[in-house]
Design a protein around this ligand. Structure first.
Ligand code: AHM
Ligand code: MG
Length: 335
């Protein structure tokens, strides 16, 4: 192997060694997530070849149709993570209630929350989709974990990341010391370090990313913000880019800069995205890459969750643009 190539396994191990008190349990969890990501990658990449597309025939807890790949990814993650003895409980966007560790396996000190296949409505069009994960340390004392272990503010995450199944499959994660990206080399089945210490570029590209089809349902302040982005923002107008797949929109924002928004509106006051499975993990990555993530008023990482499937408006990207959005939403004009 090329001596300059750093595999994800080696990188995780070296990160662990740089923390003398590390037990190796978090390392094991990250390895297991990597394994699950490769299995999901394999199914996603052959989605057009096998008869796996189409609806699974039931709705998830959010009242949305579930696709077979969502089910597959949900199960793969659970089965990859349930027996390592490092987790005390899991929660998934695709499961209404908490997912206990099966009683035949030991429990550990960590909690895993995940969105197994975000953006799955894009599968049929070969648009990038992703798996998002969030890891906390338990707050309960021993034995099976409970709701209190899952309902922790994002600031308490010990690690978070995503896997994007796109033109290549990329895994991006942080354990608090930088945000690092790895690209899967399918010929050897290894994630290789491709983006060390990602920082959102400053000033970065002037891109705004939002589903503008919802414009008429937005508050006047949200409408004013988007009008300003389109027409000048005191300087040049922004370009619009919206994939409609959160991981892809976030990945672009991380690498190029800009402002991603999923606002609340008069139909869904908290917007669409989930605090625990989507907003909090991406907010941790965003902030460790030098950006900011808010619900329009307060930092996503400071929000105390009240329920597993709680939704939140989400604004993230370059600090300057997220702060400007907050000023518009508060009725100002960003000056
Ligand atoms: P999902 O979790 O059901 O896949 O939905 C989340 C997705 C995100 O990936 C994306 O940011 C958003 O829905 C797009 O929503 P919309 O189509 O309303 O713009
Ligand atoms: Mg999702």
């Amino acid at each position: 192997m090329d001596r300059y190539v750093v595999t994800l396994s080696r990188f995780i191990l070296e990160e662990e060694r740089s923390h003398p008190t590390a037990t190796g349990n978090l390392t094991s969890i990250l390895y297991d997530i990597t394994h699950a990501a490769k299995l999901i990658h394999r199914e996603v990449s052959k989605a057009g070849l096998v008869d796996i597309l189409g609806m699974a025939g039931h709705e998830n807890v959010h009242g949305e149709e579930v696709r077979k790949l969502d089910d597959y990814a949900h199960d793969v993650m659970f089965n990859a993570m349930d027996h390592g003895g490092n987790l005390c409980v899991m929660a998934s966007e695709e499961s209404e209630s908490l997912m206990p560790i099966p009683t035949q396996f030991p429990t550990g000190e960590y909690v895993l929350l995940y969105d197994p296949l975000d953006g799955s409505s894009n599968i049929d069009a070969n648009i990038s989709i992703g798996t998002i994960f969030s890891i906390h340390t338990r707050v309960s004392e021993g034995g099976p974990g409970g709701l209190e272990d899952c309902l922790q503010p994002g600031s308490r995450q010990v690690a978070a990341g995503y896997v994007m199944y796109g033109s290549s499959t990329v895994l991006v994660y942080t354990t608090g010391s930088g945000v690092h990206g790895f690209t899967l080399d399918p010929s050897i089945g290894e994630f290789l370090l491709s983006h060390r210490d990602i920082r959102i570029p400053e000033p970065g590209k002037r891109i705004y990313s939002v589903n503008e089809g919802n414009f008429d349902r937005w508050s006047p302040n949200q409408q004013a913000l988007v009008n300003e982005l389109r027409t000048g923002c005191h300087e040049e107008p922004f370009s619009a880019r919206y994939v409609g797949s959160l991981v892809a929109d976030f990945h672009r924002t991380l690498l190029y800069g800009g402002l991603f928004m999923y606002p609340g509106d008069n139909k869904n006051t908290a917007g669409k995205l989930r605090l625990l499975y989507e907003a909090a993990p991406l907010a941790l990555l965003c902030e460790h890459a030098g950006g900011l993530a808010t619900n329009g008023r307060e930092d996503i990482l400071g929000i105390q969750p009240e329920s597993l499937h709680q939704r939140t408006p989400l604004y993230m990207g370059n600090r300057r643009w997220v702060e400007m959005a907050g000023e518009y939403l508060a009725g100002g004009d960003g000056t």
